[in-house]
Design a protein around this ligand. Structure first.
Ligand code: ARG
Ligand code: ZN
Length: 409
């Protein structure tokens, strides 16, 4: 596919399924900074045409990252030259970075898990099953739904004390987008930390019950692990002409029923940010909605959606104070700096997101989306050796924020 600068053709047709795991030779990622309104608008148009994989969609304040192959690169350079857009090569040799991404070969007996490599969905699910068996006092495992490909949506509840009482709930979920591997690794690390060292978190566990979904998009994750490392959406076919082009999947973070269908979401199945036919049209998102509805007696104290990458803690403006406490804690840990602000401010508009639904429809006051590290050196391809330091600092940030919320109660 070539870069269409006219916008007259190929409306919203995104990079499709043709690329396989080993097939990113000659790909690069550029980082752009539009410094005029005209250049920014041209970038938005280029994004909406959908021929290129934007690793970060255009934002005015922040950076825009675009992946190109050899053919697209020349046209992108012409485009950037024409609009005088500042740019640099963010990732020069994408293919070689894939080597830092070790997928563990652990055959889980339900006990083994590690954070020195990434893991297949099956391994993670086996481990979760094991937790429920080995820590019955602390852990309850729910399957809140089933995906199109028949994979379970597993939710871990971690709770101390009487099971018939409900404490305010902290809801954390990750891996909405297949390629954002670090988010699931951090979520499983947090589960492990709470389950194996509950005494460190007695204050938090006294105040809250934790509900954690480490893989919201199992189908997309499985596809990313085995076929196309950079797959983003779910994997459902749309039953339209788009199926014949090989376009699949819905952007699950555009499918929630709060301001569904607004700016920053795609209408055409081939788009990388395709929102689906209607709010909660997907099994993954409707499972979350139903779980929340079925648990009406739980008061949701905070929500954290874990994504990658970019080091941003996104917040409704009125709870920015707690977000600042979180990012200060993260920075004190090993110096990692996060940007904080509302999503459109630090990133871009994206309607139908889970954060807005938790805030707007569920009434959860502290509702955040966190874009985990890094800042773009590896992007989605964050090496395995970064999992543990990243998980440590992220949990330090989240748990510090939660302690501050607990103190106000
Ligand atoms: N990277 C996330 C996405 O594109 C950011 C979502 C932020 N939330 C929002 N409501 N805009 O899905
Ligand atoms: Zn994401």
């Amino acid at each position: 596919q070539s870069l269409s600068l006219s916008g007259a053709t190929n409306d919203d047709v995104g990079p499709q399924d043709a690329e396989i795991l080993s097939n990113f030779k000659g790909y690069r990622v550029y980082r752009l900074q539009a410094n005029s309104t005209k250049a920014f608008e041209a970038l938005v148009k280029l994004h909406d045409e959908g021929d290129l994989d934007f690793w970060q969609a255009p934002s005015f304040r922040g950076e825009t990252d675009i992946m190109v192959n050899g053919n697209q690169e020349k046209e992108l350079k012409d485009f950037m030259g024409f609009y005088k857009i500042d740019n640099s090569v963010l990732i020069d040799d994408l293919d070689s970075l894939m080597n830092g991404q070790r997928l563990g070969r652990l055959k889980s007996d339900g006990k083994a898990m590690s954070w020195t490599e990434y893991h297949y969905m099956e391994t993670i699910f086996d481990w979760l099953d094991g937790l429920a068996t080995f820590y019955p006092e602390l852990v309850t495992l729910h399957s809140i739904g089933t995906t199109t490909d028949g994979n379970p949506l597993k939710l871990v509840k971690i709770s101390v004390g009487r099971k018939d009482r409900h404490k305010p709930g902290i809801y954390i979920d990750a891996l909405y987008h297949g390629r954002e591997w670090i988010s699931a690794a951090v979520a499983t690390w947090i589960i492990n930390e709470l389950v194996t060292a509950p005494s460190r978190y007695s204050t938090l566990l006294k105040h809250f019950d934790f509900y954690i979904v480490p893989i919201m998009n199992p189908d997309g994750y499985a596809h990313s692990c085995s076929y196309n490392r950079l797959w983003r959406k779910s994997r459902k076919t749309s039953g339209t002409w788009a199926d014949f082009l090989g376009c699949r999947g819905v952007d699950l973070n555009r499918n929630f029923g709060f301001h569904f269908g607004g700016p920053g979401s795609g209408t055409i199945p081939c788009s990388l940010i395709y929102r689906g036919t209607h709010a909660f049209s997907e099994p993954e998102t409707s499972a979350v909605r139903d779980f929340i509805y079925e648990n009406r007696n739980v008061k949701w104290a905070a929500y954290f959606a874990l994504h990658s990458y970019g080091q941003k803690w996104m917040t409704p403006w009125y709870v920015i104070r707690v977000a600042r406490i979180g990012i200060a804690a993260i920075e004190s840990h090993r110096g990692t700096k996060f940007d904080v602000g509302s999503a459109p401010e630090v990133l871009y508009m994206a309607s139908g997101g889970s954060d807005d639904w938790f805030k707007g429809a569920v009434g959860c006051k502290y509702s955040y989306t966190i874009e985990l590290p890094d800042y773009g050196f590896y992007g989605f391809l964050l090496p395995s050796w970064e999992i543990i330091p990243t998980a440590n600092e992220t949990w330090f940030g989240i748990s510090t924020a939660l302690r501050s919320i607990a103190r106000q109660r």
